[in-house]
Write a protein that binds this ligand. Structure first.
Ligand code: NI
Length: 165
């Protein structure tokens, strides 16, 4: 969990940029790529990362909801623009409405007691989880995936190295 606002701010800034870069590689056609028949699509997962960020308002932070509501938008450009807006809004809300003491305070979420600093950690882990799902679906949709935590297949090849797999 986070005990310092500055630590969260630094990590969220890095992570949000990684997420936005992945989203910027989306195309409108790719948004319909399904996890499996009839299951969630790439567009729905990308939009989930926008809309789920707003969940932090239930913990007492105040910031604007995504413009697209709960329906998954049909353009990739809209999704990434809203992601950039709401990821900045979350950071601003945390910086201006919480402090290091607030991070140690707990709230009950679905019957479980969570310190606010733990909820912020969860928000980052949850985002990384769905971002990983996105990169697999993007490959399946024929897109090139940007580097997230290390080289991709393409960047290994471009460096003249044998890809690991
Ligand atoms: Ni989720």
């Amino acid at each position: 969990m986070f005990t310092k606002i500055d630590d969260f701010a630094a990590e969220w800034t890095r992570e949000a940029e990684l997420t936005a870069r992945v989203m910027e590689a989306l195309t409108d056609d790719s948004l319909g790529q399904e996890v499996s028949d009839g299951r969630r699509t790439l567009g729905q997962i990308a939009w989930h990362l926008v809309s789920s960020t707003h969940y932090m308002t239930t913990l007492g932070l105040t910031f604007d909801a995504p413009d697209g509501g709960v329906e998954t938008p049909v353009t990739a450009a809209f999704i990434v623009a809203e992601y950039r807006r709401i990821s900045r809004a979350l950071l601003k809300a945390v910086r201006t409405q919480w402090n290091d003491t607030t991070l140690l305070e707990s709230q009950t979420i679905a019957g479980e007691v969570w310190p606010n600093g733990g909820s912020l950690r969860y928000t980052i882990m949850h985002q990384a989880h769905h971002r990983g799902q996105m990169t697999v679906l993007m490959r399946q949709a024929g897109l090139r995936v940007p580097e997230v935590y290390g080289p991709t297949y393409d960047t290994w090849v471009e460096k003249g190295l044998a890809p690991l797999a």
